[in-house]
Design a protein around this ligand. Structure first.
Ligand code: UD1
Length: 343
């Protein structure tokens, strides 16, 4: 493969998890890669000490869509400045391939790839509704990969092998895991607390990922209720926690959703209501239409839903999830990229 590969994008864990999958795969194949992200968001947390990349750059960029007019203009000007910085990086490292996993962190390197002669752009879109940046730049891409695009060459989502390795068919609910995505979700935390005593009475154990901001509050409440709960803010071993559970109640961020599917873990999804174009709802709807999960809008989430779940046939849902996602997606995506670059 010619030159160095750039992997760009991030902001939140969903994008970064896919970026990490690319970094691991190129490293495995002995192909040198650079990561380009932002100083805003979680990029540094995920990649500052990553030894599998030749270099990681964190540029001074911010999101555009969530700002007022002045904020938007400032953010765009900053991106333009950083595009230049990226062109210099590409020049020095002989970059001929840029892979964007989306999010505002991806903007400078993605635009630079469009301007850079002989450079190919690849996009991995995680969500059911395309993000703004991908919407603008996908027409320049050599390939766009997505689980939700019919003519995507690879439709399986890049999920780490441990989620498959720890998968098992669930028969009955003895343990429930609550998941809020990379940042946690207050609505899911409140819901868990509202049903905790009832679950305890039913002999159902609780595993609960709260996110950093809400951890202490939730932990104190469980202590007040005198309940023995596996509560934590974030863990690097989420696949292990999932595999211990028989049912999940979770946000429908794309990476989490496909990890749960790979683990065959039946789930009630409670989409984040403010996600762009309501993409979390449509992420979950994709599985719901195949009868492979439950979905409940946050505004309708009531403790009574637990009774409905306890009566449901989780075994057939769990079995059905086995075929919803294939193994080795990242290998297949990288194969396509390498094949294209040899043309
Ligand atoms: C609020 C928001 O805008 N969320 C978006 C964000 O979600 P978010 O960043 O929450 O992303 P996802 O749910 O897709 O992924 C979170 C990742 O963090 C990992 N994890 C989580 C908790 C933990 O303790 N340990 C751990 O490793 C999960 O296993 C998963 O791989 O990006 C997703 C992918 O573009 C979008 O679909 C979401 O809509």
């Amino acid at each position: 493969m010619k030159g160095t590969v750039v992997i760009t994008g991030g902001g939140t864990g969903g994008h970064l998890k896919v970026a990490k999958a690319f970094v691991d795969e190129f490293h495995k194949r002995g192909i040198s890669a650079i990561f380009i992200g932002s100083t805003t968001g979680q990029d540094e947390q995920w990649f500052k000490n990553e030894r599998k990349v030749k270099k990681a750059f964190f540029l001074n960029t911010k999101g555009v869509v969530d700002k007022n007019l002045i904020g938007k203009l400032k953010a765009i000007l900053q991106i333009v400045k950083e595009v230049n910085h990226c062109l210099n990086i590409f020049d020095k490292a002989e970059v001929k391939t840029v892979i964007s996993v989306g999010g505002f962190s991806a903007a400078p390197a993605t635009f630079a790839s469009v301007l850079s002669l002989g450079c190919k752009l690849y996009i991995h879109e995680q969500n059911s509704k395309m993000g703004k940046l991908n919407e603008i730049t996908s027409r320049f891409a050599t390939e766009v990969f997505s689980s939700y695009i019919d003519d995507s060459k690879i439709k399986d989502y890049p999920v780490s092998s441990e989620f498959f390795d720890n998968a098992r068919v669930r028969h009955e609910i003895e343990t429930i895991i609550f998941l809020g995505g990379s940042q946690g979700a207050r609505a899911i935390n409140d819901f868990a607390l509202s049903v905790a005593l009832r679950l305890d009475e039913l002999g159902i154990k609780i595993i609960h990922q709260t996110g950093k901001a809400d951890f202490q509050r939730v932990k104190n409440k469980y202590d007040e209720l005198n309940l023995d709960v596996d509560v934590f803010d974030f863990t690097d071993d989420i696949s292990k926690k999932m595999s211990l559970a028989d049912f999940a109640i979770s946000r429908s961020g794309a990476s989490t959703l496909w990890e749960l599917a790979a683990n065959s873990l039946p789930t009630l999804f409670v989409p984040y209501p403010y996600a762009a174009k309501d993409h979390q709802y449509y992420n979950a709807k994709f599985l719901k239409d195949k009868k492979l999960c439950f979905v409940c809008r946050e505004r309708n989430l009531k403790p009574e839903i637990i009774d409905k779940i306890l009566k449901a046939d989780i075994k057939s849902m769990s079995k059905g999830l086995i075929d919803s996602i294939g193994y080795n997606a990242i290998e297949s995506i990288v194969d396509v990229i390498i094949e294209n670059n040899q043309k």
